[in-house]
Design a protein around this ligand. Structure first.
Ligand code: ZN
Ligand code: FE
Ligand code: FE
Ligand code: ZN
Length: 266
């Protein structure tokens, strides 16, 4: 058995994903998922980069693309989500973008520390100029701030800083515990994001030890493959479910119009 809902997948509008939404849906049906949600990269509020996110004027096209597959597959539940970057100082602008459409859920992400896109392969050399422990501490601080911003329902890939395999020499457990506490207080969910297995680090986001901390803190859960390719939909969800169960999770959330629609036991 695998989780039946995948809430994290992209479209070609972000400039680095392939395949039409229809192909993502077809793959989901083929592997027996019960529900999916698209969550393409929302326009960046701080600068423009067509290789990372869609542009402001592409948002209507995004809604139209997803509405089209919703109509094409009326028997299958397809949610309209979005993945938005948290960039301190741009909360109001982010809020305005997210108010543009009645999304089913909004996934919050940290891909930038200051102006540095730490997970962008094109900016990988930036790691040389940074202290790894400091990057991790800054990252967890930004995660806390994004939950506190109340802009998001789910936080994405909550240890993305490990993507290229950079490991802190200091124990980050206190930072993770603080982050989990803030998530719980602010009412945001955490996702198990299986895309980490396909990255240099070759590990789930978050690591099992971190997921244990989120579970112990009472933070609710969603599953996401972070597919940028149709065939990655639902990928490694058997491993994701095993990890969720191993740390004590018993259910995941289903969202509708930015509210918890129901909880699915597993
Ligand atoms: Zn992406
Ligand atoms: Fe992301
Ligand atoms: Fe994503
Ligand atoms: Zn992502």
């Amino acid at each position: 058995m695998t989780p039946s809902v995948d809430y994290h997948m992209h479209t070609p509008l972000c400039g680095h994903a392939q395949g039409e939404p229809r192909e993502y849906v077809e793959h989901a049906l083929k592997i027996g998922l019960k529900e999916i949600g698209f969550s393409d990269h929302a326009p960046l509020v701080s600068h423009r980069d067509p290789t990372i996110t869609m542009d402001f004027d592409e948002l209507p096209k995004y809604y139209a693309m997803i509405e089209e597959v919703q109509k094409k597959y009326p028997q299958f539940t397809i949610k309209m989500g979005i993945e938005a970057d948290f960039i301190p100082g741009y909360e109001q602008k982010t809020k305005e973008i997210l108010a543009d459409y009645p999304y089913d859920y909004v996934i919050g992400s940290i891909h930038f520390i200051g102006k540095w896109g730490f997970d962008d392969p094109a900016q990988r050399e930036g790691w040389q100029a940074h202290d790894i422990n400091e990057v991790y501490r800054d990252y967890y601080e930004l995660l806390c701030q994004s939950a506190q911003s109340q802009l998001f329902d789910i936080m994405a890939h909550v240890d993305l800083v490990k993507k290229f395999g950079h490991r802190p020499t200091e124990d980050m457990t206190p930072e993770i515990k603080k982050t989990a506490k803030v998530f719980k207080e602010c009412g945001v969910a955490v996702e198990i994001n299986s895309s980490g297995l396909r990255k240099p680090v070759a590990e789930m986001y978050p690591a099992k030890s971190a997921l244990q901390i989120y579970c112990d803190a009472g933070v609710p859960l969603t599953f996401g493959s972070d597919s940028h390719l149709p065939t990655d939909v639902g990928r490694d969800f058997d491993k994701a479910l095993a990890m969720a169960r191993a740390v004590g999770y018993k259910e995941h959330l289903v969202f509708k119009r930015r509210k918890v629609e129901r909880k699915v036991k597993f």
